[in-house]
Ligand binder design. Structure first.
Ligand SMILES: Nc1nc2c(c(=O)[nH]1)N[C@H]1C(S)=C(S)[C@@H](COP(=O)(O)OP(=O)(O)OC[C@H]3O[C@@H](n4cnc5c(=O)[nH]c(N)nc54)[C@H](O)[C@@H]3O)O[C@H]1N2
Ligand SMILES: Nc1nc2c(c(=O)[nH]1)N[C@H]1C(S)=C(S)[C@@H](COP(=O)(O)OP(=O)(O)OC[C@H]3O[C@@H](n4cnc5c(=O)[nH]c(N)nc54)[C@H](O)[C@@H]3O)O[C@H]1N2
Ligand code: SF4
Ligand SMILES: [Mo]
Length: 695
């Protein structure tokens, strides 16, 4: 009998409720928006609705694959694969110690409530602290500042979209990406509603991304920290800080001295806005009845994402907008935020041959992964990649791929044999989100309308796909270690029943509910600082950020000294891609994801003597790629853009992606010593200096 199941999409942070039609053979037929979902109410996008194409893709890895001596992959049984991996891992650990093992957790791990805890426990049990995550490409700056200010990487105040009079958005393109750290269905509709009731919406972005809503301030890339500092400086010297907010900041003088180095008139040429505009941005924010601010990956991926995010918190606090209706507010969490175990003193920094850095949530700088594999003293020899594609998603390009080839053991756990899997000894098939149970932990604390949603499997796993937690438990057992989350453990109940009880819920009860959803009561504004800091105040000159403040001074001089015609490469998402994860979906390829062109402003195209479709070489000291030109007037002159996740020419496991390979833009991303943010481990993936020449 055919049936319809209800679940939610796990591709992005909108987390749209969807219904899944299953035929009488147990095969998924169709995904539709769930109109009865109490929060997402039938919102969904093209990508989520095409998730069946990934679920049923003939290129999916349905059995473990092993690479043979000739380089070709062949199916092997689970027992043989796990026995061999366990034996080789054990021998590497015995010979070289636990730090010879590293794990990389990719972005979809965040959308998978049992895989993350299972993988974290696995690597800890084996004694290794070498963990890399996609966080150092997308949001480790926010985690680091959450740890510093509010005692948890997971605590972030979101704009009160329903009530705000003034919303400042930096480095986000909600129409395309649906946003990050702010989980709303139909974000564009929400922004339009702010304008419709007379509110102000402002975008700070090198690209004019939003055609219909708000006003866009086209900054030069990688300069947001100076814009925010200048806004604070201007507010301090003209309208003044909110008295209650100012009373909450200790060492406020030191904060004022720091931002005082970056007045609007000084930063204007570096930021690329005139001083009067920066003054207007600052005063309008400070004098709006209520104002809220949000920054996202366009800023995170610059060189000073942590400092910028911290300055944004200070802007909100010192204008009286922190934890007040219409400002930035705390959102209810259905699952508890991990507490403050993290050291935020200078002692938290570790020295490495590539410079000092502070691991964020225990994660290391992705920009050092290649160096740590190639290291002669204490190299990484075995790497397990869970739901990630570091060969394409972090900097390094061919060099990183070469480093991976030098590993003694590389195992990927994925839906596909992706570009990273192509270099692996084993590729292990993961069950997908139609096939396993889950809880929407990934959006807790970032939802204006808070809810928890549990989903059971909608269908049984196809082929021999397995949930990550089962794969890792089997592997641990075969290595002689009793897994923390063995097969009999209800991971979700064990981890989340405690915090669900605060809402009168439990996993058992949630599993019985219609669509597994429980809408939670919103958090009333007020009391956040007293709850989340030791004494209700924050430090205006935290020691943890001293390296960031110093770096701000140095990088300012560097930016100010750049030649006027220096081209900067920024990141750009499209509606047909999610990082590298949908590269094998032919219907998306047909719709416009056939390759990743170099977007170029008409004035730059003219100056370089190139036009639409011409081939160009994009290069810098880290690498080079070739791409076709797409002329794009939405860019700020001097700014070029490319989409990441492409570069599948040699991914033999992806027959569609291989026909539309595009190029790996991260060949141009800085890696190695001095290229990442020491206070947060963030890689630089935007605002990268490049040269463009016709070929
Ligand atoms: N230049 C540039 N680089 C970027 C960015 C950018 O904007 N510009 N963006 C960055 C961002 S925001 C991120 S988050 C990172 C992403 O970096 P990564 O996470 O390293 O890479 P993804 O491309 O997301 O690859 C995800 C892989 O997980 C697999 N997968 C999907 N779901 C599951 C699952 O449930 N289980 C398992 N086991 N596998 C699964 C997919 O098939 C895919 O192969 O890349 C970053 N890299
Ligand atoms: N369609 C689609 N949706 C996605 C994804 C995807 O790949 N495709 N990826 C998902 C993931 S993993 C994430 S993390 C989220 C990210 O979601 P967001 O953080 O909202 O990221 P983007 O939509 O890429 O918007 C980033 C914006 O920053 C701008 N920008 C670039 N450099 C700078 C800069 O230096 N300063 C400023 N102020 N702006 C800059 C870019 O022009 C772009 O408009 O999206 C998720 N959703
Ligand atoms: S908006 Fe995001 S969560 Fe919603 S259907 Fe699209 S990809 Fe899935
Ligand atoms: Mo991301």
């Amino acid at each position: 009998m055919s049936s319809t199941g209800r679940t939610y999409c796990r591709l992005c942070e909108a987390g749209c409720g969807v219904t899944v039609e299953v035929d009488d053979h147990g095969t998924v037929q169709r995904v539709r928006p769930d109109r009865d979902h109490p929060v997402t109410k039938g919102f969904a996008c093209n990508k989520g609705l095409l998730a069946t194409e990934v679920h049923l893709d003939p290129d999916r890895v349905d059995r473990p694959q092993q690479r043979g001596p000739d380089g070709a992959f062949a199916d092997v049984g689970w027992d043989d694969a796990l026995d061999d991996i366990a034996r080789r891992l054990r021998s590497i650990l015995d010979q070289h110690g636990p730090s010879a093992l590293a794990m990389y957790f990719g972005n979809p791990t965040a959308f998978n409530a049992t895989a993350g805890p299972a993988a974290g426990a696995f690597v800890l049990q084996l004694g290794s602290d070498r963990v890399f995550t996609a966080g150092s490409q997308d949001c480790a700056n926010k985690f680091a500042i959450g740890e510093l200010l509010w005692g948890s990487s997971q605590l972030h105040l979101i704009p009160d979209l329903e009530r705000t009079d003034h919303l400042l958005l930096l480095g986000t393109n909600p129409r395309i990406s649906k946003g990050s750290f702010l989980s709303v269905p139909d974000p564009v509709g929400q922004l339009a509603a702010i304008e419709a009731r007379g509110g102000v919406v402002r975008f700070v972005d090198p690209r004019h991304v939003e055609p219909r809503i708000g006003e866009t301030f086209q900054v030069r890339p990688d300069t947001d920290a100076y814009l925010l500092a200048a806004m604070l400086c201007e507010i301090d010297r003209s309208v003044g800080f909110d008295a209650d907010g100012a009373a909450r900041v200790t060492a406020l003088d030191e904060l004022c001295t720091f931002v005082g180095q970056f007045p609007p008139e000084r930063v204007a040429p570096v930021v690329g806005l005139d001083a009067a505009t920066i003054v207007r941005l600052a005063r309008d924010f400070a004098t709006a009845p209520t104002a809220s601010a949000h920054l996202s990956t366009g800023v995170n991926m610059g060189r000073q994402g942590a400092l910028a995010y911290w300055l944004l918190q200070m802007l909100v606090l010192l204008t009286g907008n922190l934890d007040r209706p219409g400002g930035n507010v705390a959102a209810t969490r259905g699952v508890a935020a991990p507490p403050r175990p993290r050291d935020v003193t200078p002692e938290a920094f570790v020295d490495s041959p590539w410079g000092s850095y502070r691991p964020t949530m225990g994660g290391l700088p992705g920009a050092l992964l290649g160096d740590m594999i190639r290291d002669t003293e204490e190299p990484i020899r075995a790497l397990i990649v869970l739901a990630g594609n570091p060969v394409l998603s972090i900097g390094g390009g061919e060099d990183l791929a070469k480093a991976f080839e030098g590993l003694d053991l590389l195992v990927t756990i994925d839906y596909y044999r992706n570009a990273t899997g192509e270099l692996a000894d084993y590729v292990l098939p993961a069950a997908d989100w139609f096939e396993r149970e889950d809880l929407n932990t990934f959006v807790q604390g970032t939802q204006p309308v808070p809810y928890v949603q549990w989903s059971g499997p909608v269908v049984a796993p196809r082929g021999e796909r397995r949930a990550e937690r089962d794969i890792l438990a089997e592997l641990a057992t075969r290595m002689g270690v009793t897994p923390v989350f063995g097969p009999d453990i209800d991971i979700l109940a064990m981890l989340y029943d405690g915090s669900l009880a605060e809402h009168g819920l439990s996993m058992a009860e949630l599993r019985e509910r219609e669509a597994g959803v429980a809408v939670l009561s919103p958090t009333e504004a007020g009391g956040f600082l007293d709850r989340c800091t030791d004494d209700g105040t924050v430090d205006g000159a935290p020691a943890m950020l001293e390296p960031a403040r110093q770096r701000a001074v140095e990088l300012f001089d560097e930016l100010a000294a750049e030649p006027a015609d220096q081209l900067k490469l920024i990141t750009r998402r499209t509606s047909h891609t999610i990082n590298s994860a949908l590269q094998n979906v032919s219907r998306l390829k047909e719709k416009g994801a056939a390759d990743n062109p170099l977007y170029l402003h008409p004035a730059d195209a003219e100056r370089l003597g190139v036009g639409e479709g011409d081939r160009v070489r994009v290069a810098n000291r880290f690498g080079a790629v070739e791409a076709a030109v797409r002329v794009d007037g939405t860019l700020r002159p001097g700014v070029v853009a490319m989409t990441h996740g492409f570069g599948n020419a040699s991914a033999t496991g992806l027959s569609v992606a291989r026909r539309f390979p595009g190029v790996n833009v991260n060949a141009l991303a800085p890696t190695g010593a001095g290229t990442f943010d020491p206070v947060s481990t963030m890689s630089q993936l935007t605002g990268i200096p490049v040269e463009v020449v016709p070929v």
